[in-house]
Design a protein around this ligand. Structure first.
Ligand SMILES: Cc1ncc(COP(=O)(O)O)c(C=O)c1O
Length: 406
């Protein structure tokens, strides 16, 4: 249904926040770009050969053999319980001191973020974000009727000095402070940048000083291809202010819809209560079996090599084809490169011409809570072939040059 077809008959029954968002694009609207003949660099899809189909079939069979009906009953079987332990084991490898009791499993990290929003946010609250940031999170925050304030994101991630200056001036003037700061500190979506260790420490100090929570979304954290690890915010956290969400969408498959929240006991307990209705324990059992086999670790090593080649190839294509006046990020991991086209080019307006040339992408504006980013595009290198990447980036370059000539 389009907005023009709406009669508004039920508007008075919606919540204030929902009513305010009526008529605007909602969650998932970015999937509407339709150009079947163009190469799509729009989405953060894992490449399909990375999906462990055979291993998941084998794990499902083993679950049925070993657990029978229990795997399908309310509450699930032992493997679903073990998944939380196995997830915690992985998180310990990232340096976080935790066990299975510190983890609430969710139906993916979008669900995890939503549950955190549901627990903490109400109309009139404020969330700080990196600008640009994950468009899905922006849509979720909007569902809760909160103010969203975006801070610059440079090569070292969120500009924490700018956050500090804003907090300081608000505190001095008695203006309201944010309740939550949402960040994707490692291989950020959409920019691919990583928050430096110094900035991480400073951010946590600010959270303690100005009494807000830090929502750490680490969807790409295990997908490092170059450079050295930086500690997660959860590892550096000494005051329990970090609520960490994560997902298996990028390292197993999005269709398993499994993620988790890791947080301080008191927060986790409350968040767990807001997660009413339970999660998909059958899928969790299959994943628990898959993890217990040790296959995840082996597959991850292969994915990293494969994505590293894709990332390098994307950067080579940009070097080869794009005009000098365009700039782009140089990610050490994740799925995305963020490209800044010459300032007077509007990436949304350019999209039909780019699609005619043979490429689609997500225009930068959708990653901002305000009207910045018009000349930017997010390119995903995660799921197209090298040959498609060549064609797609050459098409983007042609479209850009012809817009520059206009
Ligand atoms: C930063 C970030 N968080 C969360 C998600 C969504 O993950 P899930 O599939 O687990 O909901 C994505 C997916 O693109 C993402 O890029």
């Amino acid at each position: 249904m389009t907005n023009d077809d709406r009669t508004g008959a039920f508007d008075h029954l919606f919540t204030d926040a929902v009513r305010e968002g009526l008529g605007e694009d909602g969650y998932g609207s970015w999937r509407a770009i339709d150009a079947p003949d163009a190469v799509s660099l729009s989405f953060g899809f894992p490449y399909p050969e990375s999906f462990p189909n055979d291993e998941l079939v084998a794990a499902a069979e083993a679950v049925f053999e070993e657990e029978g009906d229990r795997a399908l009953q309310y509450g699930g079987g032992d493997y679903s319980d073990r998944l939380a332990e196995l997830v915690a084991e992985r998180e310990r490898k990232r340096g976080i001191d935790c066990d299975g009791d510190d983890v609430v499993l969710t139906n993916g990290s979008t669900h995890a973020i939503d549950v955190v929003c549901h627990t903490f946010l109400e109309h009139g609250d404020e969330v700080f974000v990196e600008a640009p940031t994950f468009m899905g999170a922006l849509k979720l925050f909007a569902n809760y009727g909160v103010e969203i304030t975006g801070f610059e994101n440079d090569a070292d991630g969120l500009d924490v000095d700018a956050v500090a200056a804003e907090l300081e001036s608000r505190a001095a003037e008695g203006r309201p402070l944010p309740k939550l700061l949402y960040t994707i500190p490692t291989f950020q979506n959409p920019s691919g940048t990583t928050l430096s260790r110094d900035r991480r420490e400073r951010l946590l100090d600010l959270a303690a000083e100005y009494d807000f929570l830090v929502l750490e979304d680490d969807a790409y954290g295990e997908l490092r291809y170059f450079g050295d690890d930086v500690p997660t915010l959860a590892e550096l956290d000494e005051t329990g202010r970090v609520v960490r969400v994560n997902t298996l969408s990028k390292t197993v498959a999005p269709g398993v819809r499994t993620g988790w929240i890791l947080a301080d006991d008191e927060i986790l307990d409350t968040v767990g209560r807001m997660c009413a209705g339970g999660t998909n324990t059958f899928t969790q059992s299959v994943l628990g079996r898959y993890f217990a086999e040790g296959t995840y670790e082996r597959n991850l090593a292969e994915f990293r090599e494969n994505y590293a080649e894709r990332c390098t190839h994307m950067l080579d294509c940009l070097d080869e084809h794009m005009p000098e006046s365009a700039e782009w990020t140089d990610p050490d991991g994740g799925f995305f490169v963020w490209v800044e086209l010459p300032e007077d080019i509007d990436a949304e307006e350019l999209l039909p011409a780019a699609a005619d040339e043979g490429v689609t992408y997500l225009p930068g504006e959708m990653f901002f809570p305000d009207d910045r980013g018009a000349n930017c595009v997010r390119l995903s290198f995660s799921h197209v072939s090298f040959e498609e990447m060549d064609r797609a980036v050459a098409a983007l370059a042609r479209a850009t040059r012809s817009a520059m000539a206009d």
